[in-house]
Ligand binder design. Structure first.
Ligand code: KG4
Ligand code: ZN
Length: 405
Protein backbone atom coordinates (compact mmCIF):
# COMPACT_ATOMS: atom_id res chain seq x y z
CA UNK A 1 0.00 0.00 0.00
CA UNK A 2 1.37 3.43 -0.95
CA UNK A 3 1.38 6.19 1.62
CA UNK A 4 0.94 9.86 0.80
CA UNK A 5 1.72 13.01 2.72
CA UNK A 6 -1.20 14.42 4.55
CA UNK A 7 -2.18 17.77 5.87
CA UNK A 8 -5.93 17.56 5.86
CA UNK A 9 -6.01 16.44 9.50
CA UNK A 10 -4.94 19.96 10.31
CA UNK A 11 -1.56 18.89 11.66
CA UNK A 12 1.99 19.56 10.63
CA UNK A 13 3.84 16.70 9.00
CA UNK A 14 6.34 15.59 11.61
CA UNK A 15 9.68 14.01 10.91
CA UNK A 16 10.24 12.36 14.29
CA UNK A 17 8.54 9.21 15.50
CA UNK A 18 8.10 10.72 18.91
CA UNK A 19 6.45 13.95 17.98
CA UNK A 20 5.08 16.08 20.71
CA UNK A 21 1.99 17.59 19.25
CA UNK A 22 -0.15 18.46 22.20
CA UNK A 23 -3.21 19.07 20.10
CA UNK A 24 -5.75 16.30 20.53
CA UNK A 25 -6.79 14.52 17.41
CA UNK A 26 -10.21 12.89 17.16
CA UNK A 27 -10.24 9.42 15.65
CA UNK A 28 -13.26 7.37 14.75
CA UNK A 29 -12.47 3.66 14.51
CA UNK A 30 -14.40 0.89 12.81
CA UNK A 31 -14.12 -2.89 13.30
CA UNK A 32 -16.07 -5.37 11.16
CA UNK A 33 -13.62 -8.23 10.61
CA UNK A 34 -15.89 -10.96 11.94
CA UNK A 35 -19.22 -10.92 13.73
CA UNK A 36 -18.93 -7.76 15.82
CA UNK A 37 -19.85 -4.38 14.37
CA UNK A 38 -18.03 -1.81 16.47
CA UNK A 39 -17.36 1.92 16.36
CA UNK A 40 -15.45 4.10 18.82
CA UNK A 41 -14.44 7.72 18.93
CA UNK A 42 -11.32 8.72 20.83
CA UNK A 43 -9.20 11.78 21.33
CA UNK A 44 -5.52 10.91 20.99
CA UNK A 45 -2.34 12.88 21.42
CA UNK A 46 1.46 12.63 21.70
CA UNK A 47 3.93 10.21 20.13
CA UNK A 48 4.04 6.43 20.09
CA UNK A 49 5.79 5.88 23.41
CA UNK A 50 3.70 8.35 25.35
CA UNK A 51 0.41 8.43 23.46
CA UNK A 52 -2.65 9.13 25.52
CA UNK A 53 -6.27 8.50 24.70
CA UNK A 54 -9.62 9.68 25.91
CA UNK A 55 -12.68 7.66 24.95
CA UNK A 56 -15.60 9.76 23.77
CA UNK A 57 -17.80 6.93 22.51
CA UNK A 58 -17.65 3.15 22.29
CA UNK A 59 -20.48 1.11 20.82
CA UNK A 60 -20.82 -2.32 19.31
CA UNK A 61 -23.33 -4.84 18.20
CA UNK A 62 -22.66 -8.52 18.71
CA UNK A 63 -24.23 -10.87 16.17
CA UNK A 64 -23.93 -13.96 18.38
CA UNK A 65 -27.67 -14.64 18.53
CA UNK A 66 -27.99 -14.50 14.74
CA UNK A 67 -25.22 -17.04 14.17
CA UNK A 68 -26.24 -19.52 16.89
CA UNK A 69 -28.45 -21.60 14.53
CA UNK A 70 -25.45 -22.06 12.21
CA UNK A 71 -23.08 -23.09 15.00
CA UNK A 72 -20.54 -20.52 13.81
CA UNK A 73 -20.21 -17.26 11.91
CA UNK A 74 -22.14 -17.33 8.64
CA UNK A 75 -20.19 -14.77 6.56
CA UNK A 76 -23.02 -13.58 4.27
CA UNK A 77 -25.25 -12.98 7.23
CA UNK A 78 -22.46 -11.21 9.11
CA UNK A 79 -21.86 -8.92 6.10
CA UNK A 80 -25.57 -8.06 5.91
CA UNK A 81 -25.67 -7.29 9.63
CA UNK A 82 -22.61 -5.01 9.39
CA UNK A 83 -24.25 -3.10 6.55
CA UNK A 84 -27.43 -2.70 8.55
CA UNK A 85 -25.79 -1.81 11.87
CA UNK A 86 -22.91 0.48 10.89
CA UNK A 87 -25.08 3.61 10.36
CA UNK A 88 -27.03 2.91 13.56
CA UNK A 89 -23.87 2.51 15.63
CA UNK A 90 -22.32 5.58 14.02
CA UNK A 91 -25.35 7.69 14.99
CA UNK A 92 -25.21 6.38 18.55
CA UNK A 93 -21.47 7.04 18.79
CA UNK A 94 -21.65 10.60 17.46
CA UNK A 95 -24.47 11.30 19.87
CA UNK A 96 -22.54 9.81 22.77
CA UNK A 97 -19.47 11.88 21.86
CA UNK A 98 -21.67 14.97 21.42
CA UNK A 99 -20.41 15.53 17.88
CA UNK A 100 -22.26 16.94 14.92
CA UNK A 101 -22.15 14.63 11.91
CA UNK A 102 -22.60 17.55 9.51
CA UNK A 103 -19.63 19.41 10.84
CA UNK A 104 -16.51 17.26 10.20
CA UNK A 105 -16.81 15.59 13.60
CA UNK A 106 -13.43 13.77 13.55
CA UNK A 107 -9.93 14.30 12.15
CA UNK A 108 -9.37 10.77 10.85
CA UNK A 109 -11.01 7.35 10.54
CA UNK A 110 -9.19 4.12 11.42
CA UNK A 111 -10.62 0.98 9.87
CA UNK A 112 -9.68 -2.71 10.06
CA UNK A 113 -8.54 -3.90 6.63
CA UNK A 114 -7.45 -7.42 7.66
CA UNK A 115 -7.11 -10.16 8.65
CA UNK A 116 -10.67 -11.43 8.83
CA UNK A 117 -13.63 -12.36 6.65
CA UNK A 118 -13.07 -10.40 3.48
CA UNK A 119 -16.71 -9.67 2.75
CA UNK A 120 -17.11 -8.34 6.30
CA UNK A 121 -13.94 -6.25 6.13
CA UNK A 122 -15.23 -4.66 2.92
CA UNK A 123 -18.35 -3.44 4.71
CA UNK A 124 -16.24 -1.52 7.22
CA UNK A 125 -13.90 -0.20 4.56
CA UNK A 126 -16.56 1.07 2.16
CA UNK A 127 -18.46 2.64 5.04
CA UNK A 128 -15.25 4.35 6.21
CA UNK A 129 -14.50 5.49 2.66
CA UNK A 130 -17.89 7.10 2.26
CA UNK A 131 -17.49 8.92 5.59
CA UNK A 132 -13.96 9.95 4.69
CA UNK A 133 -15.19 11.46 1.47
CA UNK A 134 -18.12 13.19 3.09
CA UNK A 135 -16.10 14.71 5.90
CA UNK A 136 -12.89 15.14 3.90
CA UNK A 137 -10.82 13.27 6.46
CA UNK A 138 -8.11 10.64 5.93
CA UNK A 139 -8.48 6.91 6.43
CA UNK A 140 -5.94 4.94 8.44
CA UNK A 141 -5.91 1.21 7.64
CA UNK A 142 -5.40 -0.90 10.79
CA UNK A 143 -4.27 -4.49 11.21
CA UNK A 144 -6.68 -6.41 13.44
CA UNK A 145 -3.87 -8.45 15.03
CA UNK A 146 -1.84 -5.36 15.81
CA UNK A 147 -5.04 -4.08 17.40
CA UNK A 148 -5.11 -7.16 19.64
CA UNK A 149 -1.48 -6.61 20.68
CA UNK A 150 -2.17 -2.97 21.55
CA UNK A 151 -5.47 -3.78 23.25
CA UNK A 152 -3.54 -4.52 26.47
CA UNK A 153 -2.90 -0.79 26.86
CA UNK A 154 -6.55 0.16 26.52
CA UNK A 155 -9.53 0.56 28.78
CA UNK A 156 -13.13 0.46 27.70
CA UNK A 157 -13.97 3.85 29.22
CA UNK A 158 -12.29 7.03 30.38
CA UNK A 159 -8.66 7.80 29.65
CA UNK A 160 -5.56 5.68 29.24
CA UNK A 161 -1.92 6.08 28.27
CA UNK A 162 0.70 3.90 26.65
CA UNK A 163 2.84 2.93 29.65
CA UNK A 164 6.61 2.56 29.79
CA UNK A 165 7.52 -0.74 28.17
CA UNK A 166 10.73 -2.71 28.44
CA UNK A 167 11.73 -4.60 25.29
CA UNK A 168 11.81 -7.24 23.97
CA UNK A 169 8.11 -8.01 24.08
CA UNK A 170 6.67 -11.44 23.34
CA UNK A 171 3.00 -11.48 22.35
CA UNK A 172 0.92 -14.62 22.40
CA UNK A 173 -2.05 -13.87 20.15
CA UNK A 174 -4.90 -16.30 20.61
CA UNK A 175 -8.19 -15.84 18.81
CA UNK A 176 -10.70 -17.63 16.63
CA UNK A 177 -8.48 -17.29 13.57
CA UNK A 178 -4.95 -17.01 14.98
CA UNK A 179 -2.48 -18.57 17.37
CA UNK A 180 0.82 -16.75 17.07
CA UNK A 181 3.91 -15.98 19.07
CA UNK A 182 5.20 -12.59 18.03
CA UNK A 183 8.51 -10.99 18.96
CA UNK A 184 8.71 -7.20 19.24
CA UNK A 185 12.12 -5.62 19.68
CA UNK A 186 10.96 -2.04 19.16
CA UNK A 187 7.64 -0.23 18.85
CA UNK A 188 5.38 -1.25 15.94
CA UNK A 189 7.81 -3.93 14.78
CA UNK A 190 6.67 -7.55 14.70
CA UNK A 191 8.30 -10.88 13.91
CA UNK A 192 6.13 -14.00 13.99
CA UNK A 193 8.35 -16.64 15.58
CA UNK A 194 5.71 -19.36 15.82
CA UNK A 195 2.12 -20.05 14.89
CA UNK A 196 -0.42 -22.76 14.48
CA UNK A 197 0.07 -25.06 11.54
CA UNK A 198 -3.64 -25.87 11.37
CA UNK A 199 -6.53 -24.76 13.62
CA UNK A 200 -6.37 -21.67 15.80
CA UNK A 201 -6.83 -22.39 19.49
CA UNK A 202 -10.11 -20.43 19.66
CA UNK A 203 -11.38 -22.42 16.68
CA UNK A 204 -10.49 -25.66 18.50
CA UNK A 205 -12.40 -24.46 21.57
CA UNK A 206 -15.41 -23.66 19.37
CA UNK A 207 -15.31 -27.02 17.57
CA UNK A 208 -14.96 -28.98 20.79
CA UNK A 209 -17.93 -27.04 22.15
CA UNK A 210 -19.97 -28.20 19.18
CA UNK A 211 -18.96 -31.83 19.80
CA UNK A 212 -20.15 -31.40 23.36
CA UNK A 213 -23.44 -29.88 22.17
CA UNK A 214 -22.63 -26.51 23.64
CA UNK A 215 -23.89 -23.41 21.80
CA UNK A 216 -21.76 -21.05 19.73
CA UNK A 217 -19.47 -19.31 20.58
CA UNK A 218 -18.18 -22.32 22.43
CA UNK A 219 -14.90 -21.08 23.89
CA UNK A 220 -16.42 -19.43 26.96
CA UNK A 221 -18.83 -22.36 27.42
CA UNK A 222 -16.09 -25.01 27.36
CA UNK A 223 -14.05 -22.91 29.70
CA UNK A 224 -16.96 -22.47 32.12
CA UNK A 225 -17.50 -26.24 32.26
CA UNK A 226 -13.79 -26.90 32.65
CA UNK A 227 -13.55 -24.36 35.45
CA UNK A 228 -16.34 -26.10 37.33
CA UNK A 229 -14.78 -29.53 36.84
CA UNK A 230 -11.39 -28.19 37.96
CA UNK A 231 -12.93 -26.83 41.10
CA UNK A 232 -14.66 -30.15 41.79
CA UNK A 233 -11.42 -32.00 41.20
CA UNK A 234 -9.66 -29.75 43.69
CA UNK A 235 -12.41 -30.46 46.20
CA UNK A 236 -12.13 -34.19 45.64
CA UNK A 237 -8.35 -34.03 46.00
CA UNK A 238 -8.96 -32.37 49.32
CA UNK A 239 -10.77 -35.56 50.21
CA UNK A 240 -14.31 -34.21 50.05
CA UNK A 241 -15.63 -36.68 47.49
CA UNK A 242 -12.82 -39.12 46.81
CA UNK A 243 -14.94 -42.24 46.80
CA UNK A 244 -17.46 -41.38 44.10
CA UNK A 245 -15.82 -38.76 41.90
CA UNK A 246 -17.01 -38.05 38.36
CA UNK A 247 -14.39 -40.37 36.88
CA UNK A 248 -15.70 -43.31 38.82
CA UNK A 249 -19.26 -42.80 37.72
CA UNK A 250 -18.49 -42.70 33.99
CA UNK A 251 -16.36 -45.83 34.01
CA UNK A 252 -18.95 -47.60 36.09
CA UNK A 253 -21.61 -46.66 33.58
CA UNK A 254 -19.85 -48.71 30.92
CA UNK A 255 -18.98 -51.62 33.18
CA UNK A 256 -15.49 -52.74 34.12
CA UNK A 257 -15.44 -55.64 31.68
CA UNK A 258 -16.19 -53.44 28.67
CA UNK A 259 -13.11 -53.45 26.35
CA UNK A 260 -14.25 -50.14 24.90
CA UNK A 261 -14.28 -48.67 28.36
CA UNK A 262 -13.14 -45.07 28.67
CA UNK A 263 -10.48 -44.82 31.30
CA UNK A 264 -10.45 -41.90 33.65
CA UNK A 265 -8.81 -39.56 34.21
CA UNK A 266 -9.14 -38.73 30.54
CA UNK A 267 -5.96 -38.14 28.66
CA UNK A 268 -5.77 -36.08 25.49
CA UNK A 269 -2.65 -35.39 23.39
CA UNK A 270 -0.54 -32.23 23.60
CA UNK A 271 0.43 -31.91 19.92
CA UNK A 272 3.88 -30.53 19.11
CA UNK A 273 4.64 -29.89 22.76
CA UNK A 274 8.26 -30.93 22.33
CA UNK A 275 8.83 -29.85 18.74
CA UNK A 276 12.02 -27.84 18.29
CA UNK A 277 10.21 -24.66 17.27
CA UNK A 278 7.52 -22.28 18.49
CA UNK A 279 4.71 -23.61 16.31
CA UNK A 280 1.44 -25.10 17.50
CA UNK A 281 -1.08 -27.63 16.22
CA UNK A 282 -4.60 -28.02 17.54
CA UNK A 283 -6.32 -30.11 14.91
CA UNK A 284 -5.06 -33.43 16.36
CA UNK A 285 -6.29 -32.45 19.80
CA UNK A 286 -9.68 -31.55 18.37
CA UNK A 287 -9.86 -34.87 16.47
CA UNK A 288 -8.89 -36.77 19.64
CA UNK A 289 -11.91 -35.18 21.35
CA UNK A 290 -14.08 -36.20 18.39
CA UNK A 291 -12.98 -39.85 18.65
CA UNK A 292 -13.47 -39.78 22.38
CA UNK A 293 -17.01 -38.44 22.12
CA UNK A 294 -17.84 -41.06 19.46
CA UNK A 295 -16.47 -43.80 21.66
CA UNK A 296 -18.44 -42.65 24.66
CA UNK A 297 -21.69 -42.23 22.73
CA UNK A 298 -24.24 -40.65 24.98
CA UNK A 299 -22.36 -38.18 27.15
CA UNK A 300 -23.62 -37.41 30.62
CA UNK A 301 -22.98 -34.00 32.14
CA UNK A 302 -20.11 -35.17 34.37
CA UNK A 303 -18.26 -36.74 31.45
CA UNK A 304 -18.88 -33.64 29.34
CA UNK A 305 -17.27 -31.54 32.05
CA UNK A 306 -14.32 -33.96 32.26
CA UNK A 307 -13.75 -33.70 28.52
CA UNK A 308 -13.93 -29.89 28.67
CA UNK A 309 -11.43 -29.92 31.53
CA UNK A 310 -8.92 -32.20 29.85
CA UNK A 311 -9.26 -30.37 26.53
CA UNK A 312 -8.68 -27.01 28.19
CA UNK A 313 -5.73 -28.38 30.17
CA UNK A 314 -4.15 -29.78 27.00
CA UNK A 315 -4.70 -26.69 24.85
CA UNK A 316 -3.48 -24.25 27.50
CA UNK A 317 -0.48 -26.43 28.35
CA UNK A 318 0.66 -26.22 24.71
CA UNK A 319 0.31 -22.44 24.70
CA UNK A 320 2.07 -21.95 28.01
CA UNK A 321 4.91 -24.40 27.32
CA UNK A 322 5.88 -22.80 24.00
CA UNK A 323 5.50 -19.29 25.38
CA UNK A 324 7.85 -20.13 28.24
CA UNK A 325 10.42 -21.57 25.83
CA UNK A 326 10.27 -18.49 23.64
CA UNK A 327 10.53 -16.20 26.66
CA UNK A 328 13.73 -17.92 27.71
CA UNK A 329 15.27 -17.96 24.24
CA UNK A 330 14.61 -14.29 23.51
CA UNK A 331 15.18 -13.02 27.06
CA UNK A 332 11.76 -11.44 27.11
CA UNK A 333 11.04 -8.55 29.44
CA UNK A 334 7.34 -8.00 28.66
CA UNK A 335 4.78 -10.69 27.88
CA UNK A 336 1.50 -9.79 26.20
CA UNK A 337 -1.35 -12.29 25.95
CA UNK A 338 -4.20 -11.01 23.77
CA UNK A 339 -7.10 -12.01 21.51
CA UNK A 340 -10.46 -13.59 22.36
CA UNK A 341 -8.95 -16.61 24.13
CA UNK A 342 -7.05 -14.25 26.46
CA UNK A 343 -10.35 -14.04 28.36
CA UNK A 344 -9.73 -17.65 29.46
CA UNK A 345 -9.09 -17.68 33.20
CA UNK A 346 -7.04 -20.88 33.20
CA UNK A 347 -4.70 -19.38 30.57
CA UNK A 348 -4.37 -16.24 32.69
CA UNK A 349 -3.56 -18.26 35.80
CA UNK A 350 -1.02 -20.47 34.07
CA UNK A 351 0.72 -17.52 32.40
CA UNK A 352 0.98 -15.80 35.74
CA UNK A 353 2.88 -18.86 37.01
CA UNK A 354 5.59 -18.74 34.32
CA UNK A 355 6.53 -15.09 34.51
CA UNK A 356 9.17 -14.35 37.08
CA UNK A 357 9.56 -11.09 38.91
CA UNK A 358 11.48 -9.50 36.06
CA UNK A 359 8.87 -10.04 33.38
CA UNK A 360 5.84 -7.81 33.08
CA UNK A 361 2.71 -9.70 32.06
CA UNK A 362 -0.01 -7.74 30.25
CA UNK A 363 -3.52 -8.91 29.42
CA UNK A 364 -6.34 -6.87 27.93
CA UNK A 365 -9.28 -6.22 30.23
CA UNK A 366 -11.91 -8.91 29.69
CA UNK A 367 -13.98 -6.37 27.69
CA UNK A 368 -11.09 -5.74 25.32
CA UNK A 369 -10.04 -9.40 24.88
CA UNK A 370 -12.59 -10.01 22.16
CA UNK A 371 -12.93 -7.99 18.98
CA UNK A 372 -13.50 -4.29 19.57
CA UNK A 373 -13.01 -0.97 17.83
CA UNK A 374 -10.98 0.71 20.59
CA UNK A 375 -7.97 -1.45 19.74
CA UNK A 376 -8.40 -0.38 16.11
CA UNK A 377 -8.37 3.26 17.19
CA UNK A 378 -5.14 2.70 19.14
CA UNK A 379 -3.50 0.82 16.26
CA UNK A 380 -4.74 3.42 13.79
CA UNK A 381 -3.40 6.38 15.77
CA UNK A 382 0.00 4.81 16.48
CA UNK A 383 0.41 3.87 12.82
CA UNK A 384 -0.53 7.37 11.80
CA UNK A 385 2.28 8.69 13.99
CA UNK A 386 4.69 5.97 12.85
CA UNK A 387 4.00 6.80 9.20
CA UNK A 388 4.65 10.47 9.93
CA UNK A 389 1.02 11.32 9.29
CA UNK A 390 1.06 9.92 5.79
CA UNK A 391 -1.97 7.91 4.76
CA UNK A 392 -2.96 5.92 1.70
CA UNK A 393 -5.43 7.40 -0.77
CA UNK A 394 -9.04 6.77 0.29
CA UNK A 395 -9.84 4.49 -2.63
CA UNK A 396 -6.65 2.46 -2.41
CA UNK A 397 -7.52 0.69 0.85
CA UNK A 398 -8.47 -2.92 0.19
CA UNK A 399 -9.64 -5.75 2.43
CA UNK A 400 -6.93 -8.37 2.92
CA UNK A 401 -8.43 -11.48 4.52
CA UNK A 402 -5.08 -13.10 5.28
CA UNK A 403 -3.14 -9.97 6.19
CA UNK A 404 -0.07 -10.74 8.34
CA UNK A 405 1.60 -8.72 11.04
O1 KG4 B 1 -10.38 -12.26 19.02
P1 KG4 B 1 -11.74 -12.83 18.91
O2 KG4 B 1 -12.86 -12.14 19.62
O3 KG4 B 1 -12.15 -12.95 17.41
C1 KG4 B 1 -11.25 -13.30 16.42
O4 KG4 B 1 -10.50 -12.41 15.98
O5 KG4 B 1 -11.25 -14.50 16.09
O6 KG4 B 1 -11.64 -14.35 19.40
C2 KG4 B 1 -12.77 -15.17 19.42
C3 KG4 B 1 -12.39 -16.53 19.93
C4 KG4 B 1 -13.50 -17.55 19.76
O7 KG4 B 1 -12.95 -18.72 19.21
C5 KG4 B 1 -13.98 -17.76 21.18
O8 KG4 B 1 -14.55 -19.03 21.39
C6 KG4 B 1 -12.69 -17.60 21.95
O9 KG4 B 1 -12.09 -16.48 21.34
N1 KG4 B 1 -12.92 -17.34 23.38
C7 KG4 B 1 -12.51 -18.18 24.36
C8 KG4 B 1 -12.94 -17.61 25.58
N2 KG4 B 1 -13.60 -16.45 25.29
C9 KG4 B 1 -13.57 -16.31 23.93
N3 KG4 B 1 -11.83 -19.35 24.32
C10 KG4 B 1 -11.55 -19.95 25.49
N4 KG4 B 1 -11.94 -19.48 26.69
C11 KG4 B 1 -12.63 -18.31 26.78
N5 KG4 B 1 -12.99 -17.85 27.98
ZN1 ZN C 1 -9.91 -10.79 16.92
Amino acid sequence: MKFYELDSAGSRIQSEENISDHKFMKILSIETSCDDTAISIMEAKEGITNASFKILANNSNSQIKIHIPYGGVYPKLAKREHLKNLPIILEASLKQAKLDKKNKPVDAIAVTYGPGLEMCLWEGITFAQSLGKKWDVPLIPANHMEGHVLSVFGKDRGKFKIPKIVFPILSLLVSGGHTQLVLTKKWMWYEIIGETLDDAVGEAFDKVARMLNLPYPGGPQVSKLAEKAREEEKQSLRGVSQAVGPRGSASRARGDSDPEKISFPLSLPRPMLHSQNFDFSFSGLKTAVLYLTRKIGKIDSETRAQIALEFENAAIECLVFKTKKAMEKYKIKTLIVAGGVAANQHLRNEMQKIVGRNIKLLFPTKELSGDNSLMIGIAGYLNYIKNKRKVPRLGSIKAIGNLRL
